[in-house]
Ligand binder design. Structure first.
Ligand code: BGC
Length: 767
């Protein structure tokens, strides 16, 4: 008996853990105190890409198959694992599972660039409410989204995931996105923080950016989203910023993100293990993703040998625990695995229609009455692109192509063309999947190239049809940037098709409509005079074909506007001078450089100088008076709008403004009003105007008006003075424009700021 008691006593002594607390929302410090160093290291590193949960607890469980990663569980302290699937165009998980016929499709929503083009924060929030419900109901905790890097250059392969070349549009759309997702009691990870503007050599590339361009452009969107929407997590990027990996930058993750902006959540790395884990922990990168045993060991060793203080590690682990107690897994939420996909498909369709941009509509060629006979040209009518490739690709149940969408809406498709394109695309897909052009799991299937059609064949399609619709499609995604030839510029086959169709149909007095099914900017200047109408449909998600038909038919009046400039030529963008265009864009190029194996060095691609500084997008084109094909903010409607004389009033902190918008046309429609500000001369050199606010009207009936009001603070008017390391709002007279696009000579009003204002920041990046 005595022996047994002694034995029990000994066990209790060697396992003090058995008596330890279980995690609750209000005992985080107690749990932290009870954690061993190894457990803290375990929690600081996750698991990912289908690897099993493991580590010192030995638990083996995959939470949501196909999710990009999970955090580690520590059952003895009641710390559950949490699941982190990708976005941003919907939840990305495996659609099928072994041992069941049930499916787990995510809804394919329109891509980031599309939803930003709606300029409608309410719409975005409603759409992501539906998306976040799928995160919750499929048993996940955080959606790795939204992607919100700036469109520094049109060729970035992931621009389709991102919102805009402008930080105010980016920040406000991102904030709405975050609010919608998080209203479900699940989180987001806004990404990729920061200056992750290219795919080529994305793991090692060093973005060399001035402090001013950083603060005003590349960080501004993140700042707005953090302050307005309180995201649960932020994802640090793969790249370096001014010589240091972002995930290891104390300046970025502590001084700017937390000290300057007040971020309260956790920072996780983008998916790759780098050397320098200890530096990342110190910098405030709380979670290493996907995380590895090697990284855990590094953390343990560093604390033991004094390289890393326990206080710094505790600070991160405390934040991770604060995150965990908010999650559905901690709440033990009983998810259904059966979100309402039908209702969400409707939300996707509505968002897609509100996001399309009407670029041209000569002679009121659109809308097209239902019942019309349509000659539908272009391989993309069948090989329709719902969204881009890579981690941003959603495993959706179906995609409605434009051919199907037009038929659903009552148009009669030319049967010869319909049959031809279906067979051509089917054949090409088989041919491409057998060859080296097949693509890969990550890069996704390549797009089917345009089909060559003879002029005789096209001529023969004119008589039996009322109108021609030509679809031009593009796809791109993670791991590769786009090219100028045959991507930004049209391919020879596309140019030929467009020319021949326009010639043939115009000869017979029939109209031609172009539908752009693209995720980023293409060249339009050389051919936009050919067709009668151009509808920019973006990559509109799984309901795309129906959504395009909604707009072509006039069921929905287009109200989207461009969130980036369409330049006349690629080289017109100053960033094109130093946007690396390598030849090793697929497979090579060290886009991974991660776990196992030393990173390969890619010559001349180790860094990118952001020499254009703050002159990105319309800031450059406007200030230089440089002609563009379509300006930032541009978009037409089937109706017309008039703005009243605006009222602008200086306040003690900036200005307030209002303008009355009236629908002066014949059909109902919505209008986006863009508010740009020109600052007084003197002081820092500034763009001729900068967007400071925007709003969209409700659906206005013909003759109906709505007053839109705006409030802009002195801080929002400030520019960053790097020499003084502070934001500065100059005194003097400001002009406020109420504009239909960045170029328009539109109604304006003035107000004055009497006293200059300055806003202090931490000393990040001050060398
Ligand atoms: C991408 C991230 C993504 C992560 C997890 C990375 O390669 O850059 O955007 O969230 O993988 O899939």
């Amino acid at each position: 008996m005595k022996k047994t008691l002694l034995l029990i006593g000994a066990i209790l002594c060697t396992l003090p853990m058995l008596a330890q607390p279980k995690l609750k929302a209000d005992n985080i410090d107690e749990v932290l105190k009870a954690m061993t160093l190894e457990e803290k290291a375990l929690l600081s590193c996750g698991r990912g890409w289908g690897m099993q949960l493991g580590g010192i607890t030995g638990s083996a469980q995959i939470l949501v198959p196909g999710a990009a990663g999970t955090t580690n569980a520590i059952p003895r302290l009641g710390i559950p694992a949490t699941a982190l699937p990708d976005g941003p165009a919907g939840i990305r998980i495996n659609p099928t599972r072994e041992g069941t016929t049930q499916t787990y499709y995510g809804t394919g929503f329109p891509v980031g660039t599309a939803i930003a083009s709606s300029w409608d924060v309410e719409l975005v929030e409603n759409m992501t409410k539906a998306m976040g419900n799928e995160v919750l109901e499929y048993g996940a905790d955080v959606l790795l989204a939204p992607g919100m890097n700036l469109h520094r250059n049109p060729l970035c392969g992931r621009n389709f995931e991102y919102f805009s070349e402008d930080p105010v549009v980016t920040g406000k759309i991102a904030a709405a996105y975050v609010k919608g997702i998080q209203s479900n009691g699940v989180g987001v990870s806004i990404k990729h923080f920061a200056a992750n503007s290219q795919e080529l050599n994305r793991n090692e590339n060093d973005a060399i950016v001035s402090t001013r361009a950083l603060r005003e452009l590349y960080l501004k969107g993140f700042e707005i989203a953090v302050k307005d929407a309180d995201p649960w997590t932020v994802m640090s990027s793969y790249n370096k910023l001014n010589g240091e990996y972002t995930q290891q930058s104390h300046d970025l993750l502590q001084k700017i993100l937390r000290d300057d902006w007040g971020f309260k959540g956790i920072v996780m790395t983008d998916w790759g293990n780098k050397e320098g884990t200890v530096k990342a922990v110190y910098a405030g990168n709380d979670l290493m993703m996907p995380g590895s045993d090697v990284e855990q060991k590094r953390i343990v060793e560093a604390v033991k040998n004094g390289q890393l203080s326990m206080d710094d590690l505790d600070r991160n682990v405390r934040r991770i625990l604060q995150y965990i107690v908010k999650t559905p897994h901690f709440r033990n939420y009983k998810y259904s695995d059966k979100p309402n996909l039908k209702a969400h498909a409707q939300a996707a369709r509505a968002a897609a229609t509100e996001s399309m941009v009407l670029l041209k509509n000569e002679g009121e060629s659109l809308p097209l009455a239902s019942g019309k006979k349509v000659a539908l040209f272009g391989a993309s009518s069948v090989d329709f692109v719902a969204g881009g490739t890579g981690s941003g690709n959603v495993n959706k149940a179906y995609v409605i192509g434009l051919n199907d969408g037009l038929e659903h809406a009552g148009y009669v498709l030319d049967p010869v063309l319909k049959d031809y394109y279906q067979k051509y695309v089917d054949f090409k897909r088989v041919e491409m999947s057998a060859g080296s052009g097949a693509g890969s799991v990550l890069l996704g299937a390549r797009k089917v190239p345009e089909a060559p059609l003879s002029r005789n064949f096209i001529d023969a399609r004119v008589a039996g049809n009322d109108v021609a619709v030509v679809v031009i499609g593009r796809n791109s995604g993670e791991g590769a940037d786009r090219r100028v030839d045959d991507d930004f510029n049209l391919t020879a086959a596309e140019s030929q098709l467009l020319n021949d169709v326009c010639n043939a149909f115009h000869l017979a007095g029939k109209k031609v409509v172009v539908v752009l099914n693209i995720g980023g900017v293409i060249e339009t200047n050389s051919w936009k005079n050919l067709p009668d109408a151009i509808l920019l449909a973006w990559q509109p998600g799984q309901e795309g074909g129906d959504a395009v038909a909604d707009v072509l038919s006039g069921k929905v009046n287009p109200s989207g506007k461009l969130t980036m400039t369409f330049p006349n030529t690629y080289m017109d963008h100053p960033s094109s001078l130093n946007f690396p265009r390598g030849t090793e864009q697929r497979g090579g190029g060290n886009m991974w450089g991660m776990r196992g194996g030393a990173p390969q060095k890619v010559k001349n691609l180790d860094y990118t100088n952001y020499d254009e500084d703050i002159w990105v997008g319309y800031r450059w084109f406007n200030t230089q008076n440089k002609a563009v094909s379509y300006p930032f903010g541009f978009g037409l409607s089937y109706t017309t709008f008039e703005y009243s004389k605006p009222v602008v009033k200086a306040t003690s902190d900036g200005f307030t403004a209002s303008v009355v918008v009236k629908n002066t046309g014949k059909v109902a429609g919505k209008e986006v009003v863009e508010v740009y500000v020109s600052a007084p001369k003197g002081g820092l050199e500034k763009p001729s105007r900068e967007l400071k606010a925007f709003a969209k009207t409700k659906l206005l009936k013909p003759g109906e008006s709505q007053t839109l009001t705006f409030k802009v603070s002195a801080y929002e008017l400030a520019s960053f003075n790097s020499a003084a390391n502070q934001w500065e709002t100059a005194a003097g007279e400001y002009t406020v424009f109420f504009a239909k696009n960045a170029n328009c000579k539109c109604s304006s009003a003035k107000f004055s700021i009497k006293n200059p204002a300055t806003f202090a920041v931490s000393n990040a990046y001050v060398k």
